[in-house]
Design a protein around this ligand. Structure first.
Ligand code: NDP
Length: 308
């Protein structure tokens, strides 16, 4: 019988037990820190305690419960183990909705209207066509690609940036580090849906902000560690940036005394942009465990050389 250990130092993953067993009744499911986790062949994780896999000699597969794997591999000795993530086609739908709201918030000057409301000021903002709003999307994977297609359909000017080139109708492509500054120079609203890797950590920092046109806005839906918060506060203060919609933070939950909660121009949301259905997560993990047992190729394996 294959044992799956549900492991998280910040969330109680016990609710996955019945879902996993509904999808694959033959599995034996335990919840860390029950000492039985040490005998598990599969670790199903979110925010795994550093070093935990070293205590699991039989471990054959690390499976994230999410699209990102940064917090299941950080601080771990993976010793060549395969790492898989969840790819739920419905995940993109929620992300598209969240990003669309954020783009409209800036493009239709709702940030200005809401600030005026607090002062009882009646001032109608100038309405501009979507084409005049240049949206730059960092990361063109499962989520970024869906965002781009919707924004193009709504008439925005859309620029995309990623490591390798992607052809999406209506999008201007900027490829790799050498095209980054040119991409930023053409961006009024910058969207981050990158995975967190050594190459992307801190990418939303002063250098990036300085390359954007004055008065640009940012939307971070990647990971909190993409953002250098002090640099953002400085850029808002100086007027280089007009505002920021932030969904992800380091750490989460964002501490109550963090200045981001109250910084003018910043919208804080609690990592809610999108979430995979628990049933879909359990089914994908169960299917991968069955593939592992049968010696078949795993689905949604992360390339640990790239880090995503
Ligand atoms: P994918 O792996 O499908 O896509 C990642 C994209 O980022 C690819 O286009 C990739 O380029 C690009 N990329 C990676 N590294 C670099 C780099 N150094 N420079 C330029 N481009 C780079 O990921 P998903 O779209 O599924 O998810 C993206 C991230 O979104 C997740 O890792 C997670 O952090 C975050 N997320 C946030 C959620 C929320 O609720 N806020 C929910 C779900 C996910 P290439 O195409 O060339 O490989």
């Amino acid at each position: 019988m294959t044992r799956v250990a549900l492991i998280s130092q910040s969330a109680n993953l016990a609710y996955f037990g019945p879902l996993l067993q509904a999808a694959a009744p033959e599995l034996d499911v335990v919840v860390w820190p029950d000492p039985a986790f040490r005998e598990a062949e599969v670790a199903m994780c979110w925010n795994a305690p550093p070093g935990v896999y070293a205590e699991m000699p039989k471990l054959q597969l690390v499976h994230s419960i999410a699209a990102g794997v940064d917090n299941v591999v950080a601080g771990q000795d993976l010793r060549g183990l395969p790492v898989c993530r969840v790819v739920d086609p419905k995940l993109a739908e929620g992300m598209v909705q969240y990003v669309l709201w954020s783009v409209l918030y800036f493009h239709r000057s709702l940030d200005v209207a809401f600030a005026n409301q607090r002062k009882a000021v009646w001032k109608r903002p100038v309405q501009t066509p979507a084409l005049q709003c240049r949206v730059g999307v960092m990361g063109l994977g499962k989520l970024g690609g869906a965002i781009v297609r919707q924004l193009v359909a709504l008439g925005y000017t859309v620029n995309g940036w990623s490591r390798s080139a992607h052809a999406i109708d209506g999008m201007a492509m900027f490829t790799g580090p050498e095209a980054f500054d040119a991409f930023l120079a053409e961006t009024d609203v910058l969207i981050c849906v990158l995975p967190l890797t050594d190459a992307t950590r801190g990418i939303l920092g002063r250098r990036t902000f300085d390359q954007l046109p004055r008065g640009a806005a940012i939307v971070n839906c990647g990971r909190g560690e993409h953002l250098v918060a002090d640099d953002l506060l400085g850029a808002l203060d100086s007027g280089q940036l007009r505002g920021a919609v932030l969904d992800v933070f380091a750490p989460e939950p964002l501490p109550a005394d963090d200045p981001l909660w109250r910084a003018p121009g910043v919208v804080v949301t609690p990592h809610m942009a999108t979430m995979a259905s628990s049933t879909v997560v359990a089914e994908q993990v169960a299917h991968n465990v069955r593939r592992l047992v049968a010696g078949e190729p795993l689905a949604n394996v992360v390339d640990m050389g790239r880090g995503y």
